[in-house]
Design a protein around this ligand. Structure first.
Ligand code: ZN
Length: 304
C-alpha cells in the first residue's frame, strides 16, 4: 500500500480509526454521564449535587434514595451505596451556558452543554475534565482552575524558623476559590467530576481514609469505623476489587492506626476522670466487703 510506486496511499489507508459503532457508543456514554443524573437517569436539572466520587445527580433523586434506599432497586446501591447522608453531598454551583442554544431538535436534551466553566467558558460536555471544590461546590474546568491557581507560593525553607513553620505552611497552602473566595486545600479539596476509572479508585480510597479520620463522639467512633468497613464489604462484587485495594493503601493503614490510638487514649482519659462517687459504686479490687448503704441493703446487686 503505497511507497512502492504502484499506488498512492490516502488517509483511509494510513490512519487507523476506531469502528464507527464503538465511537458512537462512547459518545453516548459520555453524554449520559454529563447530561443525565447518574441515579435517576433523568436529564440533569438544578439543584445538582455531587458525591465524594464526583458523580452528578439531581438532588431530588438522591433525596428520594436517602429516604428509601430501595427506591431505585439494586441500581440505587450500585450508584449511591457510598452516600450515607446529605453530609456526603455537595450542591454544585454551576455556571449556565449563555451561548446561543442550538435549534430545537427532536431530542429532549439539547446538544449544547447546559453549563460552562466560569473561568475559560469551556462547555461541560465531557471533552474537558471538570472539577468541583469540596468546601464551596463551585465547578470549574481543570484547565481553567489551574490557570488561575498558578503554582503554589514558593517558600524558601531556610527563611522559616524551625518552630511554628508547620502551622505557617498549612495556612499558606490554602487557596481561595476564584468564584466565591472560599478557602480550599488544593491537595484534598479538588474533586474531579465523572473521573476516569483509575482516578475514581483513588477518590474512593481518599473518601474511605477521610471517613476513618472523621471526628466522632465516644463510642460512636468505633461504630462509625465498623460502618465504613461494612460499607466496603457491602460494595457490589464488580467493585469489590476496587474497594479492597485501598485497604493496602499506606494512608488507610496509617489512618486506622491513628483511630486505634485515639480510642486507647480516650479510654485512659475516661478512667482517669472517674469521680470518687462513681468509683465507690464499684467493689474495691482487694475484694473486701463494703458497708451496705440504705440503697443496697437487703438487695442483691453485683456492686455490693
Ligand atoms: Zn467557590
Amino acid at each position: 500500500m503505497g511507497n512502492d510506486g504502484g499506488s498512492i496511499p490516502d488517509r483511509r489507508d494510513l490512519v487507523k480509526s476506531k469502528p464507527k459503532a464503538e465511537q458512537a457508543d462512547r459518545a453516548n456514554q459520555i453524554r449520559a454521564m454529563w447530561f443525565f443524573c447518574a441515579l435517576s437517569k433523568r436529564p440533569l436539572q438544578e439543584p445538582i449535587v455531587s458525591c465524594p466520587l464526583g458523580k452528578l445527580y439531581n438532588k431530588d433523586a438522591v433525596l428520594e434514595f436517602l429516604l428509601d434506599r430501595k427506591a431505585f432497586g439494586a441500581e440505587g446501591e450500585v450508584v449511591c451505596g457510598h452516600i450515607r447522608s446529605l453530609k456526603d453531598l455537595k450542591t454544585l454551583k454551576l455556571t449556565r451556558n449563555t451561548a446561543k442554544a442550538s435549534p430545537p431538535s427532536s431530542d429532549s436534551v439539547p446538544d449544547r452543554a447546559p453549563f460552562v466553566c466560569p473561568l475559560n467558558l469551556k462547555e461541560m460536555n465531557g471533552v474537558q475534565p471538570f472539577v468541583y471544590l469540596q468546601p464551596c461546590g463551585c465547578v470549574f474546568s481543570q484547565a481553567g482552575l489551574k490557570t488561575v491557581a498558578g503554582s503554589p507560593p514558593s517558600k524558601s525553607p531556610k527563611a522559616d524558623g524551625e518552630a511554628g513553620s508547620d502551622k505557617g505552611k498549612d495556612v499558606a497552602s490554602l487557596d481561595l476559590c476564584p468564584q466565591c473566595g472560599a478557602k480550599y486545600d488544593r491537595t484534598t479539596d479538588i474533586l474531579m467530576l465523572n473521573s476516569p476509572p483509575e482516578v475514581e479508585e483513588d477518590m474512593r480510597a481518599a473518601m474511605l481514609a477521610k471517613r476513618l479520620l472523621e471526628p466522632a463522639k465516644g463510642k460512636g467512633k468505633k461504630r462509625k469505623a465498623a460502618a465504613v468497613a461494612a460499607d466496603a464489604a457491602a460494595e457490589p462484587p464488580a467493585k469489590k476489587q476496587a474497594a479492597a485495594l485501598p485497604t493496602t493503601n499506606p494512608s488507610i493503614v496509617a489512618a486506622s492506626r491513628a483511630v486505634a490510638q485515639e480510642l486507647a487514649k480516650e479510654e485512659a482519659r475516661r478512667k482517669a476522670g472517674m469521680s470518687d462517687a462513681v468509683k465507690s459504686l464499684y467493689a474495691p479490687k482487694d475484694g473486701s466487703k463494703k458497708k451496705e448503704t440504705f440503697m443496697t441493703m437487703g438487695t442483691f446487686t453485683r456492686y455490693a
